[in-house]
Design a protein around this ligand. Structure first.
Ligand SMILES: NC(=O)c1ccc[n+]([C@@H]2O[C@H](COP(=O)([O-])OP(=O)(O)OC[C@H]3O[C@@H](n4cnc5c(N)ncnc54)[C@H](OP(=O)(O)O)[C@@H]3O)[C@@H](O)[C@H]2O)c1
Length: 194
């Protein structure tokens, strides 16, 4: 069965952004070495506009063919007038309020994102599903997350949006690969212990 992978940038103290979710304090630390890593190892996770700017718009998908994000995260694209932010992936947006999708490439999941993710995981595909965030949707889907790819930026935010906006519970993961970059970013992979 294919995996749901939460691939996320966070601070040393585990926040994915400031209290409103703004991650720019971290993303400003991306340097040429890390950008090279993102474009060569994780091009699927870059939004369409970024792929275009970086000249990797036509690169075939490596790991993912599907993305799911919450309406809070999708709003960032909508505010820029972008209705299909990950055009190289099948896109799902969880929302009870959006109603009709603003783009034929985006399907709205108005009810039961857990059930929808289970259906997607059961599909016969060699590609995994990219859980983009944000915090609230990740909290709803926490039991379905099979793998974490945590990009830890060398900053402490003190307060902010948690990785999972859910109640407290212990979820066990086992460590996989770790990679450290010259600017202090550490990318760690964890697999779910089932
Ligand atoms: N650091 C990173 O790598 C990273 C990555 C992604 C996002 N982010 C940040 O995360 C922030 C957004 O996170 P967030 O927690 O505020 O929002 P979110 O999780 O992206 O979206 C929350 C919304 O998803 C919908 N939703 C959640 N559960 C649902 C359910 N069971 N059924 C139907 N719809 C459901 C609801 O939309 P409706 O209100 O429309 O019903 C809810 O308001 C952004 O500011 C972004 O910058 C950071």
């Amino acid at each position: 069965m294919r995996k749901l992978v939460y691939y996320i940038a966070c601070s040393i103290d585990g926040f994915i952004g400031d209290p409103e979710g703004d991650a720019s304090a971290m993303l400003g630390l991306v340097d040429p070495e890390f950008l090279e890593y993102l474009t060569t190892e994780h091009p699927d996770t870059l939004p369409t506009q970024g792929r275009r700017a970086l000249g990797v718009d036509d690169v075939p998908n490596k790991r993912f063919d599907t993305i799911i994000q919450g309406r809070g995260s999708y709003d960032l694209a909508l505010k820029e007038g972008i209705t299909s932010p990950y055009a190289h992936l099948r896109q799902y947006v969880a929302s009870r309020t959006l109603g009709e999708s603003p783009d034929p490439g985006v399907e709205i999941v108005a009810d039961d994102p857990v059930g929808r993710v289970r259906q997607l995981k059961a599909e016969d595909s060699g590609f995994d599903i990219y859980l983009c965030g944000g915090s609230r949707l990740a909290g709803e889907l926490i039991d379905e997350v099979d793998e974490l790819v945590v990009k830890t930026y060398p900053v402490v935010l003190g307060d902010g949006m948690p990785m999972f906006g859910s109640g407290s519970a212990v979820h066990a993961f086992e460590p996989g690969a770790t990679r450290t970059f010259g600017n202090g970013i550490i990318v760690r992979t964890y697999r779910r212990k089932r």
